[in-house]
Design a protein around this ligand. Structure first.
Ligand SMILES: Nc1c(C(=O)O)ncn1[C@@H]1O[C@H](COP(=O)(O)O)[C@@H](O)[C@H]1O
Length: 169
């Protein structure tokens, strides 16, 4: 998937096409914020050579953050992080057998020296990964910083309207 704005700043990577139903929530946030990104399927287990070349070229390709979603034995974020210094944010998929605990532990328990920023399991993690990546980019982009603050404000206003006590019946 390609967002029309160039150059691409963020890559959303996932272990399987079946992860897209979760990772699309990250994509939606990036689109909302006008951040360029691409998305592709790469698996440490199933396509290891593709993973190595992707990670080795991440800097040359201009990626500022990589968001990596994987489930089960979720080695994708850690393996990406082992091959590049582009920050990697890991999103554990809600797996069926173990409810995502397997994914979470696989991503969060990195050995010291190779960090992966681990988000929550599933949709919330995907959304927050995109917001976190945006906040990193906003450190050097004042326009994005304004858009992020607007999004926060809007989020608060929407919640206040939604939880207005006069609406409780
Ligand atoms: N965890 C990984 C990796 C990896 O870490 O490299 N590659 C695929 N997978 C995960 O396997 C799960 C099942 O994949 P399928 O649904 O394609 O069988 C997915 O959640 C994927 O992220």
């Amino acid at each position: 998937m390609k967002c029309p704005i160039v150059p691409v700043k963020i890559s959303i990577v996932m272990g399987s096409k079946n992860d897209w139903k979760t990772m699309k929530f990250a994509a939606e946030i990036l689109i909302k914020l006008g951040i360029s990104f691409d998305a592709e399927i790469i698996s440490a287990h199933r396509t290891p050579d593709k993973l190595f070349s992707f990670a080795e070229q991440a800097i040359i390709n201009g990626y500022k953050v990589i968001i990596a979603g994987a489930g089960g034995a979720a080695h994708l974020p850690g393996m990406l992080a082992s091959k590049t210094i582009v920050p990697v944010l890991g999103v554990p998929m809600q797996s069926t057998a173990l409810n995502g605990i397997d994914s979470l532990y696989s991503i969060v328990q990195m050995p010291s020296g190779i960090p992966v920023g681990t988000l929550a399991i599933g949709k919330s993690g995907a959304i927050n990964a995109a917001l976190f990546a945006a906040q990193i980019l906003a450190l050097h982009d004042s326009h994005l910083s304004v858009r992020l603050n607007q999004l926060r404000k809007q989020q608060t206003e929407d919640l206040l309207i939604e939880t207005d006590p006069r609406k409780l019946t």
